[in-house]
Design a protein around this ligand. Sequence first.
Ligand SMILES: Nc1nc2c(ncn2[C@@H]2O[C@H](COP(=O)(O)OP(=O)(O)O)[C@@H](O)[C@H]2O)c(=O)[nH]1
Ligand SMILES: Nc1ncnc2c1ncn2[C@@H]1O[C@H](COP(=O)(O)OP(=O)(O)O)[C@@H](O)[C@H]1O
Length: 206
Amino acid sequence: MEYPGNLFVVAAPSGAGKSSLVKALLELDSRLMVSISHTTRSPRGQEQNGREYWFVSEEEFRAMIDRGDFFEWAEVHGNLYGTSRAGIESRMAAGEDVILEIDWQGALQIKRLFPHAVLIFILPPSYDELLQRLQRRGEDDPEVIQTRMANARMEVAQARHFDFVIINALFETALFDLKAIVHAQRLKYAAQRRSRKAVFDALNLS
Ligand SMILES: Nc1nc2c(ncn2[C@@H]2O[C@H](COP(=O)(O)OP(=O)(O)O)[C@@H](O)[C@H]2O)c(=O)[nH]1
Ligand SMILES: Nc1ncnc2c1ncn2[C@@H]1O[C@H](COP(=O)(O)OP(=O)(O)O)[C@@H](O)[C@H]1O
């Protein structure tokens, strides 16, 4: 599928810092919009329906699958997650840049649908630090943390399928790397269209 904007996909093991990085990026970049996924997971303490996720029952989720409402969906850590077409199709058609924060299985499905999507994988500096971040976040029960740590090893092995890998050791450094990828992709896309105006727009020079 072709459309006139850029599509970025960020994946990472749970606790690596992808939500924090994407949130910080969105605050700096008014031209990016994030897709709000649907999930059957229960909301965490501060989470609000329609802000972090659309929280739905498994029945509702399966009905959406049957209707073909999702660009992609996957089972992750025992729950279902999916990117609905309705949420982003119109923004994509309007040429806006969209960012998806989804797991590696969803990322690979998106790459098949949209070959120009830029896949970015966030790594923690170590498994010890990953565990500490999950514990410090204080949102998940010990068994949930255990499942996420067990899945992390398999997820990290998927980084090789991604276009870019960022190590989130120092937050500001990782955020800088993420911004650089977004910026470079905009310039590349503009240059491919051979439009001076598009390059200037991407540089914010016009
Ligand atoms: N395939 C897919 N994965 C998603 C989607 N939304 C979230 N995820 C992934 O599901 C996993 C679990 O997310 P979440 O329960 O919020 O936990 P967190 O990773 O610890 O913040 C993460 O890898 C998310 O990136 C989606 O729409 N599709
Ligand atoms: N570079 C970093 N150094 C230390 N802590 C971090 C860093 N990046 C994120 N964190 C913290 O780690 C925890 C997990 O981050 P979060 O963004 O929720 O991860 P994810 O969305 O990948 O599950 C949060 O408490 C967050 O504040």
